[in-house]
Design a protein around this ligand. Structure first.
Ligand code: SF4
Ligand code: SF4
Length: 146
């Protein structure tokens, strides 16, 4: 008990282990990899980043016109860097930024309900596959007999 009191008294004069965030910024470790950023114009939409992401923090929503929408969840991301390492266009289409606070661009990408977005993406892919197959069939039917 006496030792506990001595420790408590000594701790009164020690520097606090916590910081006054957001007034004070955290010190960034040299090994910190940072938030994921994506460029729609440089991406070739190969889906590799989505496939290699361990927690599923990247989702592509398939549109019927063939285009896709990139979605990133910084709250699921474990900042492992696998997506950037496997991207065929690293540092152009996908890169990590040494920014400790969530940037406004990342916040915009956060989905209120990520899990319903997952379902939406799965359904959209199935529908797009069916759409392509039906297009192929109709093209075959339209071809003249030789
Ligand atoms: S850094 Fe890791 S967890 Fe985050 S999006 Fe990339 S692969 Fe997924
Ligand atoms: S791996 Fe790179 S190029 Fe492929 S979809 Fe992801 S960001 Fe785009």
């Amino acid at each position: 008990m006496i030792q506990g009191m001595i420790n408590s008294f000594c701790n009164l004069f020690k520097k606090s282990a916590t910081i006054d965030f957001p007034n004070e910024q955290m010190k960034i470790s040299k090994n910190y990899r940072g938030l994921i950023n994506h460029s729609d114009s440089d991406c070739i939409w190969c889906d590799v980043c989505e496939k290699v992401c361990p927690p599923g923090a990247i989702l592509f929503l398939q549109n019927m016109d063939g285009s896709k929408k990139y979605n990133y969840n910084p709250y699921l991301c474990i900042y492992c860097g696998e997506c950037v390492r496997n991207c065929p266009k690293p540092n152009e289409a996908l890169w990590q930024e040494e920014n400790i606070a969530f940037s406004s661009s990342s916040k915009k990408e956060v989905q209120d309900d990520w899990f319903s977005l997952e379902d939406e993406c799965k359904i959209a892919r199935v529908k797009y596959k069916e759409h392509k197959e039906s297009l192929k069939k109709s093209q075959k039917v339209e071809q003249p007999l030789s």
